[in-house]
Design a protein around this ligand. Sequence first.
Ligand SMILES: Nc1ncnc2c1ncn2[C@@H]1O[C@H](COP(=O)(O)OP(=O)(O)OP(=O)(O)O)[C@@H](O)[C@H]1O
Ligand SMILES: [Mg+2]
Length: 301
Amino acid sequence: MDTVLSINNLSKHYGKIKALDGLNLEVNRGNVFGILGPNGSGKTTTLGMILDVINPTNGSFSWFGKKSSTATRKKIGAILEHPIFYPYLTGVQNLMVVCDIKEVPYSRVEEVLQQVGLGERKDSKFKTYSLGMKQRLSIASALLCDPDVMILDEPTNGLDPQGIAEIRELIIEIANSGKTIIIASHLLDEVQKVCTHFCVLQRGKLIHNGLVEDVGKGSISVEVKADAENLQEVLESAKMHTQLKRELDKYILTMENGYGAADLNKYLFDNGITAKHLVVKTKSLEKQFLEILAGQEGGQK
Ligand SMILES: Nc1ncnc2c1ncn2[C@@H]1O[C@H](COP(=O)(O)OP(=O)(O)OP(=O)(O)O)[C@@H](O)[C@H]1O
Ligand SMILES: [Mg+2]
């Protein structure tokens, strides 16, 4: 596997606040990697450290197997905070300023403006741009030096639904062009629509790391008790599970994707069985993450 970013025990403490606490993470070439977490969970702090704008308290990271340097930074395009452009300059003129700073030929300006869909408005002043257009200009600016890696911090914040959809589409196009992308987001939905891999941060700690396609999978498990001789038979005939186990006086079912406790309860009832105990033991990852993102961490796991 071609490792683009490797993070090793990275921490940032501000006095007592552990903004990031011992993060280990790998991002491979071609990944669209989401860093998901609620407000204050350490996403921006992480991006700031891997971009060398925040000094770590502990730990290290490497880009392309090397220590971070001017050479590695040239391969990375980033949009950390709201970018500062000149309001009275046009899109083209603003990007020419960036070309001067980054020592990129002006010929790139037209290319990246087309790529982000700003071709028609390239000669309008920045101050006349909508929020979504401003965001696209900052993506264009990050694309100027044709980086291998793009880093985006909450790229759809503040946009309306159409703007959100357009920026997501653009990110997917950029990923399809072969770039590795790292996105911080507090929206599970965004990560599910855009990313291939993701991790979840909660109060500076990594609590999950995996494939996006696994999030929706039916890992719900349900415990059932009922006074019925034929309970096992009926549970089996329901065909809603991938696994059925007996434990003392109860059965534990790992549910098939898409089936929940209510479906099982109805099936039992329709077959003349009243469950006296029916409890969801494991929630789907999706549900767990939504609770974390909504700040309801005390939920049953
Ligand atoms: N310069 C700083 N001084 C003190 N505390 C800080 C500083 N920067 C960040 N923090 C704290 O570190 C924690 C993580 O902040 P961070 O900005 O990384 O979170 P985030 O996940 O990006 O949140 P958001 O979704 O709101 O952007 C928060 O508790 C924050 O208050
Ligand atoms: Mg942030």
